[in-house]
Design a protein around this ligand. Structure first.
Ligand code: HEM
Length: 452
């Protein structure tokens, strides 16, 4: 082990429950992953707490115990960085907050944190309420809605207005949505899982569509930045903050402004849209839960904030448990370390999957059932750290987690105040294992205006 490497070890596991460690042939894990990544992840904690394997030829350790996950994600010594597969997304996100490391990341997070301080949330919340009202006003009194597309449109609208202080035109919304689909298709492809990065000049349709999508996203972002620059008054939004910090020494360069802007545009809408889509789908199968939701939202004083909406908040927490949009987080170690009593060689890839942990019956009883009421304060208090982490953990925890919770609760409230709905299909369409877990087909619900 190199001299400057800290020894990380597993110290807080109850010794009466020794870690179950398994070594698996790479073919088994890789084939299982290609067949159905989500079933494969869900199955892992049943087999072991730590699985040493090769995924797509890369030495990989899958962590399926909260204590191990907590140890890796809360590391403060700089041992674990984003892994090489995740880093390939720099084509899209550049060196924005999601992918930067070390001192660059620290500086960026310090500058960006005030954009997510609680003083800003009142202004954000009123935009969220207003845009939901505008969106549902366009729904038919009675008819079919693809909630996946509808939620993506609404959260994009909210993100652009709150974070960029701008409006998004129909055309630009379509460009972002189509480009993000192309980027997602590219990252879901087994081609992208190969141990080496595929040259972008290869004349394969999947690659060329991806290259065009990245250019298209750049062009939308540049338009949003120019629109913000044209406004005489600097606003309170994140983009104004990015642009003004650029002028101070140590602020953001033009390239960094672009990278942060694209990071926030994409990370700031797609995940929340998915959390809402899954919540709407599950609620659409359960009249009992909808009745409880309607009673709460009808009585709530929305000016008070989401504290007056405990059940709606439980619904969102449960949706993010059963279907965590960021279903797998990966890291790579910068030096040899000991984890779970084993030496993990420098450059190994470690996978911590919310999907796997959130569906593990050891931590969540009846894990496949959608039960919002499980989210009592006692439940949360007794959950081991690392058993529920839809927003990640430690220093790299999602900077937008509070924003996202407020947004999801307020959007769901705005919808439920005006509409009732039923899910048309019994099951969700297959999910695509890409940067997030997106439905591959529309998620239809039949809506009906409540007071009509
Ligand atoms: C339900 C919605 C959301 C989910 C499930 C989610 C999930 C996550 C997760 C799991 C991470 C950590 C990734 C890792 O450790 O590798 C993360 C990071 C991040 N998220 Fe979110 N996110 C959500 C909403 C948002 C929103 C609304 C924003 C912006 C407004 C945002 C911006 C970011 C950024 C910039 C990072 C990188 C933070 C850093 O490394 O310092 N996210 N998110």
């Amino acid at each position: 082990m190199s001299d400057n490497c800290p020894v990380l070890d597993h110290t807080n596991l109850n010794s009466s429950h020794p870690l179950r460690i398994s070594r698996e042939g790479g073919w088994r894990t890789t084939v299982g992953f290609i067949r159905n990544a989500f079933d494969s992840l869900e199955d892992m904690p049943k087999r072991a707490d730590m699985i040493l394997t090769r995924l797509f030829g890369v030495p990989t350790v899958v962590l399926a115990h909260p204590s191990l996950i907590s140890q890796v994600l809360t590391d403060t010594k700089g041992v674990w960085i984003k892994d090489r597969m995740t880093r390939r997304a720099t084509d899209v996100f550049g060196e924005g907050l999601l992918l930067s490391e070390g001192d660059i990341w620290k500086r960026q997070r310090k500058i960006l944190n005030p954009g997510f301080s609680s003083v800003r949330f009142d202004a954000y919340a009123s935009v969220m309420r207003e845009r939901t009202a505008v969106a549902v006003a366009n729904w038919p009194d009675q008819g079919r809605i693809d909630v996946a597309a509808e939620m993506a449109r609404l959260t994009l609208d909210v993100a652009v207005r709150t974070l960029f202080g701008a409006d998004i035109t129909e055309r630009n919304a379509r460009r972002v949505s189509e480009s993000f689909s192309a980027v997602s298709d590219f990252f879901a492809s087994p081609l992208n899982m190969l141990p080496f990065s595929i040259p972008k000049w290869l004349p394969l349709p999947l690659i060329q569509r991806y290259v065009r999508a990245v250019a298209e996203l750049d062009s939308v972002i540049n338009e949003l930045i120019s629109m913000r620059r044209c406004k005489t008054q600097s606003g309170e939004d994140l983009l104004s903050m990015l642009l003004s910090s650029r002028d101070e020494s140590g602020g953001f360069s033009d390239r960094e402004v672009r990278d942060q802007a694209v990071t926030f545009l994409l990370a700031g809408h797609e995940t929340t849209a998915l959390g809402l889509t899954f919540a709407l789908f599950e609620l659409g199968r359960r009249p009992d839960l909808r009745a409880r939701l309607f009673a709460e939202v009808d009585a709530a004083d929305l000016e008070v904030g989401i504290e007056s909406l405990p059940f709606t908040t439980q619904v969102i927490k449960e949706s993010l448990r059963l279907y965590p949009p960021a279903y797998a987080l990966s890291r790579e170690n910068t030096c040899d370390v000991t984890l779970g009593g084993l030496l993990i060689k420098k450059g190994s890839v470690v996978v911590a999957s919310p999907w796997a942990l959130h569906r593990d019956a050891r931590w969540h009883a009846n894990p496949l059932e959608f039960r919002p009421e499980r989210w009592t304060p006692e439940y949360e208090k007794t959950l081991p750290s690392g058993a529920y982490f839809p927003f990640g953990m430690g220093a790299r925890k999602c900077i937008g987690s509070r924003f996202a919770m407020i947004e999801a609760v307020l959007l769901l409230t705005g919808i439920a105040r005006r509409f009732d709905w039923n899910s048309i299909d019994k099951h969700l369409p297959p999910l695509q294992p890409t940067l997030t877990c997106r439905p591959t087909k529309p998620v239809w619900v039949a809506v009906q205006e409540r007071n009509s």
